[in-house]
Write a new protein. Structure first.
Length: 101
């Protein structure tokens, strides 16, 4: 019985590890949003984009913003976008536009 439980635990752990995504930071410059097409795709999906200081991310989440990610499905990695080059790095966040009724 104990061997069977150990076997089930091993399978469950493997499934959990497979379903988890690694998270990384992707450093970009000011022009990346336009040149990559990422900004346009997010706008088409109904997002307003905003650069936020890292210490303000949690407060922005309370206002309905979410951290924007670039997804690599093959490597199972999600990268949050950060703009460097100034004094402080900035994190790209987005908020769904409210639909007009």
């Amino acid at each position: 019985m104990i061997e069977f439980l150990g076997f089930l635990y091993g399978i469950a752990k493997d499934i959990k590890d497979y379903l988890e995504w690694d998270e990384e930071a992707k450093s970009v410059d000011r022009e990346w949003l336009e040149k990559s097409g990422f900004g346009k795709r997010m706008e088409e999906q109904g997002y307003n984009l905003y650069w936020s200081k890292p210490e303000s991310v949690e407060t922005r989440k309370l206002d309905g913003y979410e951290v924007m990610y670039e997804i690599d499905k093959i490597k199972r990695i999600k990268r949050h976008i950060e703009r460097t080059g100034g004094r402080d790095p900035l994190i790209l966040m987005g908020k769904k536009k409210e639909e007009k009724k």
